[in-house]
Design a protein around this ligand. Structure first.
Ligand SMILES: [Zn+2]
Length: 244
């Protein structure tokens, strides 16, 4: 018995010496870093839908069911790659720092009220959607919380989604829990949990700080370790607990 314990412990120590930690973690993930950061060419399904296969099929089922109940689910945004997010980020950064004269750190705080840092968006995954009801007439920006509340054009769809979306695997990400930090309430943003849960756990194993240090889009020079740590904790992980 003693000898067996000895062999077991020495072989474990041997393992720890020969395998650097990053190799053990990358074995556990079905998703590459490129894929998780929106830089890979992933296969997406449905014209104007652009989701991973299983998410697409479930989305169609949900759309059909909503249609029967009198709502026309319209996709506003689904898959968005790194470079598209980079363009959104830089446009806002220039607007806030140059047009509005904000200092860089304030501009970054303002951008991350609603927009993600490129490489950290759930829209990179092909599992997340921003949706509205296509039937009611509405003017101006559609992704506004009030439009989904009582008296707003998308109130009916929102109530239907509250009752039904989870049956199809779609969960609200940035809910209206007042204790939640990070991104503000987004009543339009749903995530296909059967795929996005494993993708988020793979994402959590990445060293986001190290990965963002390699990027060169506007504003990255102002990212500090503390800022990125808080951003990961609040904006990536402080979401609907059913999606963790
Ligand atoms: Zn969204």
């Amino acid at each position: 018995m003693k000898r067996r314990t000895f062999i077991k412990s020495t072989s474990l120590t041997g393992m720890a010496c020969t395998l650097p930690p990053f190799i053990t973690t990358s074995f556990n993930s079905d998703y590459s870093t490129e894929e998780l950061m929106g830089k890979a060419d992933v296969e997406l399904f449905g014209e104007g839908i652009n989701l991973r296969k299983e998410a697409y099929e479930s989305f169609l089922e949900m759309k059909k069911a909503a249609y029967t109940a009198g709502y026309d689910i319209k996709m506003v945004s689904s898959f968005r790659d790194f470079y598209r997010q980079e363009a959104i980020w830089e446009r806002k950064y220039i607007q806030y720092t140059e047009d509005d004269g904000m200092d860089p750190l304030r501009a970054i705080d303002k951008i991350i009220e609603y927009s993600t840092i490129p490489g950290t968006s759930r829209h990179h995954w092909g599992t997340d959607i921003d949706i509205i009801d296509g039937y009611p007439k509405s003017t101006g920006d559609v992704l506004v919380p009030e439009k989904f509340e009582a008296g707003g054009p998308f109130e009916g769809l929102k109530l239907w989604l509250d009752e039904n979306s989870e049956k199809f695997g779609f969960y609200l990400v940035y809910n209206n829990d007042p204790r939640r930090r990070g991104f503000k309430y987004e009543p339009w943003h749903y995530s296909y949990a059967p795929i996005s849960i494993p993708m988020l756990s793979a994402y959590r194993r990445l060293n986001v700080l190290r990965l963002l240090e390699k990027e060169e889009f506007l504003g990255t020079e102002h990212f500090t370790t503390g800022f990125i740590k808080t951003y990961v904790q609040d904006n990536i992980l402080d979401i609907n607990p059913n999606l963790l």
